[in-house]
Structures are given as C-alpha cells and as structure tokens.
Design a protein around this ligand. Structure first.
Ligand code: G1P
Length: 297
C-alpha cells in the first residue's frame, strides 16, 4: 500500500527571462492561455488528482501570483449585484481555501532541485508531487491523476516521460530505461541535459513527478550538476543508486512547452480551438491566414 499523495510543490521562482519584457512585471505563471493563467491549469490538474495542499516556491517579484489566489470580494459583490452568475462561478472556481495554499521562498536561483528542497519542511516524511506549470498537458484524464493511479501500483518514485527527437534530448532530463511495461518503464538511470549524442534514450522527463520523501534528503547532499545548478534529476537518480525504484510514466495527452514562445503560442492555438465559444470563429480566421500565406507563396 502506498501513502496517499496529497501535497504538491509548484516551483515558480524562475525569472521567465525568455518572455521579457512581459515578465518584467508579470510573473510568467500568470500569463494566460486563452483566459486562464498557466498556473491555474496546473492547480486544476493537481486537484483532479486528489492534491489537497498546494505549496508554491516563489521568489522576489511574484506578488501578483499570490494576489491571484486571494479572494476578490469587491469583484464578487459587483458580479453578484449585476446578476452575472456565470462569471461569478468562473471566478469562485479559482478561490483557494484558507490554509490550502502555502508559500515558501527560494532566496537564490540555485536550480530546480534547490527550489524543491526549499519546501522540504512543508512536505515532511510523505510522498509528494512536483508540478512545473510551464509544462501544460492537455489530456482527457489529467496527467497527474494518470500518474498517481500508476504510482499506487508501483510505489517508489515516478516521473512523467515523453519521447522527443534525438536533437531535443539536450534540453531535458533523459531516462536510461531498463524495461518497459505498457506506459510504465523501469528506470536504470537519469541524466540532466545530456550533451548531444550522449543521451541514454529519447525518453525525456516532463514536469510532473511523484516522489518519495528520500528525494528531499538526496537534495541536501547532491552536488551541483548540469549548468552548475542543483538538479532535481540528480536527486531522483540517487534513489536508483541507493537501491530504490524509479519509474517513467508515458502519459496519454499532448504536452505544450509554455516556457518557450513557440510552445506557448501552440498551446494558445490549441486551447482556443478546443474552446466552444471561440472554436468556429478562430478556425475560420486561421484558415484565412493559412490560405492567404499559401496563395502568396
Ligand atoms: C526541467 C528539468 C528537466 C525536465 C524539464 C521538463 O528543465 O530540469 O529534467 O526535462 O524541466 O520541462 P528546465 O525546462 O527547467 O530547463
């Protein structure tokens, strides 16, 4: 029997420099996909997987993110008075209960592993999830719920995995796979951002993790890795060295890398096309743009 996973860490301390100048004053995580901030997609996914405690690792300049999770009584009252119940429901669906959300700071940008380590006292001695809001995953069954269901069978630690092209492996944590059974693979090792041509496979880690608490202990002892940063990948790989199990989980769904401009735009198009209110008008517009471009070529 595995212990129920009820806590999730959301590392949101990054400066989002790839989106400057927007991120000069807007935290990357509250940039919107159609009408919801990136972070809301991650929260909704976590909730659907049974997460009850949401732990944010923030940094200087993320005040707008904390404000986003506050109730908005004036706005709520105004919508109520105007009888705008639909909008009121949308707004209320984003409210967090008191005590459900916690913030801790990463004082120095020392890497993803360090960011997760900053939340260690809020996790204690139980398995936990990590969600990187940059990775937005559109799936019939939310990705973390798929993973937790698989994790309840396997125990150990589990990372979301996806096949990428050999040229792309240098941007990811990459799995050395021992054996594969359906969506679950047995992992023999993990390398963060391998040099081109040295990746052990083309199975890349995507930003959803279900981790044993021992990973937090590993984070206290590992040395800086790729890019001189403390890497979460290295702390998970340490589990394997110490004889504990790590699994890769090839989720069902489509992942968008919203940490890059191209991925963010692709996600915007995909989510607009799957939005009933926008679909027809937007598809018509895109058709026009594409036909116009083809005619010009
Ligand atoms: C992080 C992780 C990496 C993982 C990636 C997924 O890298 O360190 O292992 O493959 O997220 O998005 P980053 O994208 O922050 O460089």
């Amino acid at each position: 029997m595995t212990t129920k996973v009820t806590k999730a860490i959301f590392p949101v301390a990054g400066m989002g420099t790839r989106f400057l100048p927007a991120t000069k004053s807007v935290p990357k995580e509250i940039m919107t996909l159609v009408d919801k901030p990136l972070v809301q997609y991650a929260i909704d996914e976590a909730r659907a997987a049974g997460i009850k405690e949401f732990i944010f690792v923030t940094s200087r300049g993320k005040g707008a993110l904390e404000d986003y999770f506050d109730c908005a009584p004036v706005l709520e009252r105004t919508l109520e008075e105007k009888g705008k119940t639909e909008l009121l429901d949308i707004l209320k669906a984003t409210n967090m209960d008191s005590g459900e959300i916690a913030y801790t700071r990463q004082h120095e940008a020392l890497g993803l592993g360090h960011a997760v380590w900053c939340a260690r006292r809020l996790i204690g001695d139980e398995p936990f999830a990590v969600m990187l809001p940059d990775d937005v995953i559109a799936a019939e069954r939310p990705c973390l719920a798929q993973m937790i269901e698989a994790y309840e069978e396997t125990g150990g630690s589990m990372v979301a995995a996806m096949e990428v092209s050999p040229e792309a492996t240098k941007s990811y944590g990459v799995l050395d796979v021992k054996s594969v059974n359906g969506r679950v693979s047995d992992v023999a090792g993990m390398v963060e951002k391998p040099a081109p041509g040295t990746a052990p496979s083309n199975l890349a880690v995507i930003g959803r993790y279900v981790l044993a608490p021992t990973v937090l202990e590993n984070l206290s002892t590992i040395k800086p890795g790729a890019g001189g940063e403390l890497q979460l990948t290295d702390a998970i790989a340490q589990e394997i060295i110490d004889g504990r199990k790590v699994h890769g989980f090839q989720f069902e769904g489509k992942r968008y890398d919203c940490g890059s401009k191209a991925g963010y735009l692709q996600a915007t198009v995909a989510f607009a096309l799957s939005n009933p209110e926008l679909r027809d008008e937007f598809a018509h517009y895109l058709d026009g743009v594409i036909n116009h471009k083809m005619a010009a070529e």
